[in-house]
Design a protein around this ligand. Sequence first.
Ligand SMILES: Cc1cc2nc3c(=O)[nH]c(=O)nc-3n(C[C@H](O)[C@H](O)[C@H](O)COP(=O)(O)OP(=O)(O)OC[C@H]3O[C@@H](n4cnc5c(N)ncnc54)[C@H](O)[C@@H]3O)c2cc1C
Length: 440
Amino acid sequence: MKSATRRVIFYIIYVVLLVLPAVAMMIAWIPRDIIVNISVLLGFIGLALAGLQLIPIAKMNWLADVLDMDKVYSSHHILSIFAIVLVALHPIILLVTNKVFRTGFTLNSGWIGLAGLVLIGLTSAFRKNIKLDYVPWLGLHNLLTAVILVFGLWHMFKVNYYMEIPLVKWVWFIEIAIWALLIIYIRVIHPVKVGKKPFKVESVEAEPNAVYTLNLLPDGHAGIPFKAGQIAWISTGNSPWVLSRNPFSYAGSDVAPGGRVRFAIKEAGDFTSTIKDLKPGDRVFVDGPYGQFNLQKDNTQKGIVLIAGGIGVAPVMSIVNSLADTNDKRPVYVFYGDYNEDTALYQDEFAAAAEKINLKFFTVLEKPLNEDYPYPGYITSDLMASVLPENYKDMFFFVCGPEPMLRAMEKNFVKLGIAKSNVYTGIKSSQVHIENFEMA
Ligand SMILES: Cc1cc2nc3c(=O)[nH]c(=O)nc-3n(C[C@H](O)[C@H](O)[C@H](O)COP(=O)(O)OP(=O)(O)OC[C@H]3O[C@@H](n4cnc5c(N)ncnc54)[C@H](O)[C@@H]3O)c2cc1C
């Protein structure tokens, strides 16, 4: 099925599930107190919206491959705030107009559900300010989600304001059944699927600047095919039943023999600092591939410009090695920015690939140790314009690096007349792919 068709189907299902309870209530409209009716309507829409946040888009290839994941994460944040506001309006309206007509646990369960929703919002927005690590935050996030759904639904059924009407009741049963299926999918079916195709460590190689190359072999299966530029979610240990996996770009060739996969992982915190301790034979679970980038697409055929900063070089290595292994004839330009000669990654590998394919690479060093280094400073539009061929506007641009670099590239693209990308403008470009490592 075409990507556009899948996207449209997803949006239709999403909107239907969002408005279904409200539509059912309006069909069954009972001319009771209008203020109470409106406040219940808002609560219905808010709870339906909160339930829709359960869709694990990043873990469903059917969706992850056709939706822009940066937009999915930012929409998740915005829609969650909307859900909080809508659900909060329900009691606020009743309190202000003095129309609270339930007492005891029926009332309090509503307050508990709302408190869960507000806490999710606060702990997500201020996670880094309150120094809450990602995994404990995720555990809390899941717990609060359960609190919201259980207590919110309890309140709704117990108040029984519209729930005695079969149409409304059945619509809510359908919504709850879908939420339950989504939870079962992500917490049971998905780990079972990932667990069936484990990998084992072949080797771990130390690179400059606290980066480790993790080489993996399929353990008891033929491997999981992927395309250069895609990502996977990784976990270590013997069980696929984990709270969270961490995302990494594939860094090796997508036609590597024996189903081998490779990742380039920089130490950043709890999980990434355990990579260096992995030993050959240790088990690793690879949940992937995900992502839309594809070297076979028409818009990449006239040439590719790969721009990377620091560990953003990981997907670039996958693309370069895949092109080298297939003797691809396209012109490829790499602009790789790092600090100095000692921190620059995979320089020998770039040189080896340049022997095989039509590749020119420029390692730009912020503070080179060698005074005569030819490319000091940053990757500027002037440098790009001076080395790219005249038809560079026909080429495809792939960018991966830290946020300041992505912002600088946005400006370079404007100066070079390249179609704007999607990081800050929200505009989707057919000429630029931006891989953003900053996510949650
Ligand atoms: C699409 C994508 C591709 C990436 N590719 C690479 C790569 O090829 N090489 C590389 O070195 N890094 C890559 N990263 C970054 C890498 O995922 C994080 O550095 C790593 O997850 C940090 O985990 P930690 O526990 O070591 O650090 P922590 O200190 O616990 O986390 C640092 C930050 O990373 C984010 N993070 C942590 N765990 C997760 C998680 N399970 N899911 C989502 N975000 C998380 C959070 O924002 C957190 O604040 C990529 C990130 C994304 C989003």
